[in-house]
Ligand binder design. Structure first.
Ligand code: ADP
Ligand code: MG
Length: 275
């Protein structure tokens, strides 16, 4: 009870890579699960108009439609500054993990941000609830549009899932340039937590080669976490609308996500020591 009443000062982690299908959403949900397993309060914010994170943690298509109709998704939190951000927050089936959902309406936000219609920023919205969570995890879209950039501007840490495949490194250079630009201008606090190789098949020589290439090109500048192997349980859990790590049995890749969770917890200690 005493703990409940203490302000929490969340660390904000964006999961980002403008390439689609690299396991950003999977990484965001697994990280949320592991952090809350260790007792933290976590808010997962779906910043992608595809709504994959919202569906992965249990919202049905029908429920998302309802939330869009009643204006309770992220887009409306950016448009409507009269409603408190807490009114957009939903519980999930996992204790201590909450969700701000997103869906198609969010696709409008990029356009409206570009035409300077004065939307409320993600950063401003998170400031309202930062003292209620230990971690906020932002699952971003496969683009570098203004909503994604807004998420990066709000973040303390950027976690970059990278698929170990032939063209994995092509977009990474651009992403890192964007991060540097943000660090110089809009968000001096932003730090790259590390790169997480994903969808790795140890027996595939191309996957091996791209993992080595990742190490060679980025290993001296950023931490590179152990690779998350391909396993069918991920797709099955996503389709069933449950957290993958809540499924029973040994989940391949859990140890890699544990390493990420440890790094996040360590970063939180460091951030708060210097704050
Ligand atoms: P992104 O958010 O970057 O677009 P997702 O997290 O949606 O990527 O993952 C892309 C697809 O790969 C999804 O169908 C997801 O279920 C699947 N997936 C994610 N991680 C794994 C994994 N380790 N093994 C197998 N499939 C995975
Ligand atoms: Mg996604």
């Amino acid at each position: 009870e005493l703990l409940e009443s203490q302000p929490r000062n969340a660390v904000i982690i964006a999961c980002g890579n403008q390439k689609g299908g690299v396991a950003k959403t999977e990484t965001a949900t697994c990280l949320a699960y592991l952090l809350r397993e260790r007792g933290a309060r976590v808010l997962l914010v779906d910043c992608d108009s595809q709504g994959n994170a919202s569906i992965h943690v249990g919202l049905t298509a029908r429920r998302i439609d309802e939330l869009e109709e009643t204006r309770r998704t992220l887009y409306y939190a950016m448009v409507d500054d009269k409603t408190a951000f807490t009114d957009f927050i939903l519980p999930t089936d996992e204790p201590r993990v909450d969700l701000v959902p997103a869906f198609m309406s969010l696709a409008e936000a990029d356009f409206e941000l570009a035409s300077a219609k004065g939307l409320v920023t993600i950063k401003e919205r998170l400031a309202e609830i930062r003292d209620q969570y230990d971690y906020v995890i932002l699952d971003t879209a496969p683009n570098l549009g203004l909503v994604t950039i807004g998420a990066f501007e709000a973040a303390d840490l950027l976690l970059v899932p990278v698929q170990t495949e032939a063209f994995a490194l092509l977009g990474l250079k651009r992403l890192m340039q964007t991060v540097e630009r943000l660090q110089h201008r809009k968000n001096r606090n932003l730090r790259v937590l590390g790169l997480l190789p994903t969808l790795f098949s140890a027996r595939n020589s191309q996957d091996q080669a791209s993992l080595e290439e990742l190490q060679r090109n980025y290993g001296s500048r950023f931490p590179i976490f152990p690779p998350v192997p391909r396993a069918t349980v991920y797709g099955q859990a996503a389709a069933a609308g449950v957290f993958t790590l809540s499924v029973g049995g040994k989940i391949p890749g859990r140890d890699a996500f544990e390493d990420v969770a440890n790094a996040v917890r360590h970063a939180k200690e460091t951030l708060h020591a210097t704050a």
